[in-house]
Design a protein around this ligand. Structure first.
Ligand code: C2E
Ligand code: MG
Ligand code: MG
Ligand code: MG
Length: 292
């Protein structure tokens, strides 16, 4: 019987691996079509000011809505596109969509809020990403202060002076540069000290492990205090509970983002919610009175 057990185990992994490779192939083969037909486009998730509860920014998160396969998540296609050296084309396409959405809300006078877009470390290697972004934003006539650039610490795997220079160019053009996923993996304090980030986003892992009286809280509050004292703004990601919000408020986290307020949604849904005019475009009806 043991033999059978092993066999079924292997079959399971074979099957998983086979599916993964199959998806990989699908993504690469259909990438051009997905861009042309806007199967790839941004969803938006609001970022909220901790003290007041007002929406202050939004993050653009790529979605691949496939006519055959339905929703394909970033976890399934971002890495594939990075490996295939196509990721810059996806990121610039997302930027174009975001610019179109921003133009619409500027025209509709809905009050456009700044949008963060996610950049891959490979964007910096595959093209002059700063120049590409500036050209597209200017062509769209969107004010530069309406866009923030999110980059993960993995960019520091590229030559340090080169990355610093790109951050400087973003700043010179009037874009904020945010560090994404701080505290995941191999974060170093060196990066905090020597790279000129405007905002640090604390990784969701901090919220996942969240318990009262936990060591994680000591680590989180100390890091948050340090970042704040360095003059950098802070965002907590993956916020799902009122208890977490209370703690984040206590330790002086500037902004929060998470399912507690809303999941990423399409721009149509978002605009619809704004148009209802209640001023609280949150999914969670309780979230408007979270400050207690
Ligand atoms: P990220 O930039 O750190 O984005 C946050 C992720 O956390 C998003 O996953 C979001 O949907 C999810 N999230 C937000 N709030 C909560 C919460 O309260 N609980 C939980 N469990 N999750 C929450 P998503 O959209 O699947 O994106 C995953 C990652 O894929 C992103 O992580 C980012 O690294 C990458 N990505 C997404 N869009 C793009 C893009 O346009 N370009 C590039 N290069 N990468 C992207
Ligand atoms: Mg991000
Ligand atoms: Mg993140
Ligand atoms: Mg600052």
């Amino acid at each position: 019987e043991n033999k059978n057990l092993f066999r079924s185990h292997y079959t399971y992994f074979d099957e998983k691996l086979r599916k993964k490779f199959e998806m990989r192939e699908y993504v690469i083969n259909h990438f051009n079509e997905a861009i042309e037909k806007n199967w790839i486009h941004p969803y938006y998730q609001q970022i909220v000011r901790t003290v007041t509860g007002e929406v202050c920014d939004a993050e653009a998160l790529a979605r691949w809505i496939d006519p055959v396969r339905g929703m394909i998540s970033p976890a399934e296609f971002i890495e594939v596109l990075e490996d295939a050296r196509l990721i810059h084309l996806a990121d610039l396409h997302i930027l174009d969509c975001v610019l179109a959405d921003l133009q619409k809300s500027l025209d509709d006078d809905l009050g456009a809020i700044p949008v963060s877009i996610n950049l891959s470390r490979y964007d910096f290697e595959l093209c002059d990403i700063v120049d590409e972004i500036i050209r597209r934003v200017d062509r769209a006539g969107v004010p530069h202060e309406l866009l923030n650039m999110e980059i993960t610490e993995s960019v520091t795997g590229i030559e340090e002076d080169y990355v610093k220079e790109q951050i400087r160019r973003f700043h010179e053009a009037g874009f904020e540069v945010w560090m994404d996923d701080f505290g995941s993996g191999y974060s170093s304090l060196h990066v905090l000290q020597h790279f000129d980030f405007d905002v640090i986003k604390f990784d969701m892992a901090f919220m996942k492990n969240f318990n009262l009286d936990d060591e994680d809280q000591v680590v989180l509050s100390s890091l948050m205090q340090m970042v704040t004292r360095l003059g950098i703004d802070t965002v907590a990601e993956g916020v799902e509970s009122r208890q977490q919000i209370r703690f984040l408020k206590e330790i002086g986290c500037d902004k929060i983002q998470g399912y507690y307020f809303s999941k990423p949604t399409s721009s149509e849904d978002l605009n619809h919610k704004y148009k209802k005019g209640d001023g609280i475009p949150f999914e969670n009806p309780e979230s408007k009175d979270y400050i207690d």
